[in-house]
Design a protein. Sequence first.
Length: 337
Amino acid sequence: MHIQENISLKQFNTFGIDVNASLFASVSSIDGLTEVITAKTNKELLVLGGGSNMLLTQDQDKMVIHVNIKGINIVKEDANTALVEVKAGENWHDFVLWCLNNDYGGLENLALIPGNVGTAPIQNIGAYGVELKDNFVSCNAINIKTLEHTNYTKEDCNFGYRNSIFKQEAKGKYIITSVLFKLTKKEHKLHTNYGAIQAELIKNGVTHPTIQDVSKAVIAIRTSKLPNPKEIGNSGSFFKNPIISKSQFDKLKDNFEEIPSYTVSQDSIKVPAGWLIEKAGFKGKRFGDCGVHKNQALVLVNYGNARGEDILKLSKLIQNTILRLFGISIEAEVNIL
Ligand code: EPU
């Protein structure tokens, strides 16, 4: 185990924020992880996966653990399905590509989502009509206090929209070490209902799509709308899409006839925060080194040397403006640290 002192976290968070960790260790095995957890550093632990869902607003006087445990194993397969165990430190998109290369279906709509496999269940990552939970079987996690290894089934995880037990009662108590997925080997169930996917497939002249075609479409859509964190620092959607009551939505609709929406239940409606932010005039606006992305208003960006505090300040300005204009509170999706 090698614990380093005063390490910059710039390359470990996709926003590219330059703050320091008092203590830092990168671990590539469960034993290494256990050693760091039990090292008597007297510091609170902060677990980093791909660093794709956090805004660092200050130096972290913590023991930062970079989970870098790798490996993909086919645990069991039959003619139709494969159970695949993936270690937490695998890059999410690389794993999706591995699935596509092996013709394993299920995750193709989730291509290009930044981050690692081990952090994907925490917020039940989702895009283009598919969520992680749709192919999730279980995950292994280590209890930070007792060092006990627990297997969490899908039911245990209590998945919801960008939500799971790991954001609720289990928050900060466990480190996910591996995830088990159930994938299809044939008769793949495609999800092409999301409007933009259909349009992209038609554009590509595809009439009988394969999982590779669907993924290609998703990659094209994401590339056109979402900034690549390697080029412009960002954390994907900064806010969650708010869910409001049907009566509040009906009133909004009287004023904004074109407002997009998705029905969640009989009396609740999800509204795209990106639309609200665009309508409020923020899309493409730059404030010093931070701003709102020009192609997707839900994404806040770091053009170079923005500080976490600057981005936080901008996010608050957006939240207050949306509340004033539409009477809707929008909640940050990223963890603010
Ligand atoms: N919209 C605007 N202006 C914008 C952005 C969106 O008017 O600047 C409108 C669009 O025209 C569309 C609607 O809002 O009518 C929905 O837009 P989009 O399809 O881009 O999806 P989203 O609801 O804004 C969510 C996820 C994304 C995911 C996409 C596609 C959340 C918080 N975000 O965005 O996830 O890729 O759907 O499924 O649910 C992420 O979590 O980091 C992420 C990028």
